[in-house]
Design a protein around this ligand. Structure first.
Ligand code: TXA
Ligand code: MG
Length: 325
């Protein structure tokens, strides 16, 4: 999908004027503001309904601008930036003076990335500065992977939406704490753990992935309206049928191993076999099951390697306990 140069210019003007622009990236759509404009940054939190203590990612147009935004960059961070940018890797580093505390939730560190999307890069170049952008969804809900998702969720609260077509990767960037010489993964995402380890030449730690149904461990995030329950792959069909018999409108994410099984449920998504296609489709599948009126989604976790690690992380969070307010 091509975006007109005039739209890029218009979007850059909106950013300069303190407005909000929804922009496509290779991972998910972002809700962008001028990173150096505290009032515009504050509007992001207001529109998303996000607590101001949750820090944002600053998007920049190239690794060569990294030192404008951060300080004390360890050699490992440079190696990762060189290797993976533009791409779905976010580096957490020490905050440079240009970054207002409003963007970092008061932290002395800042998350930075160079998105691998021609429209995002064109906007960043035309604008000439950094763009803070969280995923363009309301706090806690499913991230948008099309411009239509953004419009459906945020509507008029966004001043301008750049439509760059569906996102290629479909899950958010991998966030790496790169403040020290030994980096660690804070959030699995589009760059796999294996790819990071191949470049680093050593293992990298990831947040603990505890068992599926431990209550209280995974506060809900990336969540559809429907409640999500996670079961073993071979039990997806039977658990779905049971819940349907009990009166739920059940949506099913059917693992490829069960393809072809006739499942008695309200709506069934047959998951693709490749992890890349699963990641690309994941948020759209969850939105679709919501739209079809499901109140319960039965799913299982994929094998946690490659993109499966990020998919499993999002499903666990989607299945986490919901706020009771
Ligand atoms: O792929 C992505 O990363 C997308 C696209 C739009 O770039 N953005 C995204 O932003 O997912 P958001 O705000 O939905 O998630 C950013 C995450 C948050 O969980 C936040 O806690 C973490 O980054 N983060 C930001 N700054 C941080 C910091 N200084 N230290 C630790 N975590 C940080
Ligand atoms: Mg988000």
């Amino acid at each position: 999908m091509t975006v007109r140069t005039s739209d890029i210019e218009k979007a850059a003007g909106v950013l300069r004027g303190g407005g909000l622009v929804a922009l496509p990236t290779e991972t998910v759509y972002g809700l962008g503001a001028n990173a150096e404009d505290p009032a515009a940054v504050a509007r992001i939190f207001q529109v998303k309904g996000r607590p101001p203590s949750h820090p944002l990612i600053v998007h920049i147009s190239g690794a060569e601008y990294l030192d404008d935004w951060v300080q004390d960059v360890p050699a490992t961070a440079r190696l990762l930036a060189e290797h993976f940018w533009p791409g779905p890797l976010t580096l957490v580093l020490r905050r440079g003076r240009r970054v207002p505390l409003e963007a970092t939730g008061g932290l002395e560190t800042v998350a930075v990335r160079v998105p691998d999307h021609p429209v995002a890069l064109a906007l960043l170049s035309a604008f000439g500065g950094g763009v803070t952008a969280p995923s363009a969804n309301r706090f806690g809900s499913v991230s948008p992977t099309t411009a239509a998702h953004v419009r459906a969720e945020l509507g008029d609260a966004v001043d301008f939406v750049l439509d760059g077509g569906p996102c290629d990767i479909g899950v958010e960037s991998t966030i790496v704490d790169a403040t020290g010489e030994v980096p660690s993964i804070l959030r699995p995402g589009g760059v796999t753990r294996e790819a990071l380890e191949a470049v680093l030449g050593c293992p990298i730690s990831v947040p603990s992935t505890s068992l599926v149904r431990v209550p209280g461990q995974h506060p809900s995030h990336y969540a559809p309206r429907a409640r999500v329950i996670l079961v073993e792959p071979e039990k997806v069909a039977s658990e779905a049928e049971l819940a349907q018999e009990q009166g739920h409108q059940v949506g099913v994410l059917l693992p490829p191993a069960c393809a072809g099984a006739a499942v008695k449920a309200h709506a069934v998504v047959a998951l693709p076999g490749s992890m890349a296609a699963y990641a690309r489709g994941l948020y759209g599948f969850l939105r679709e099951l919501d739209q079809q009126g499901c109140d319960l989604i039965v799913a299982s976790l994929p094998v946690e390697e490659g993109l499966g690690l990020a998919i499993a992380n999002r499903l666990r969070r989607a299945a986490g306990p919901r706020p009771t307010v």
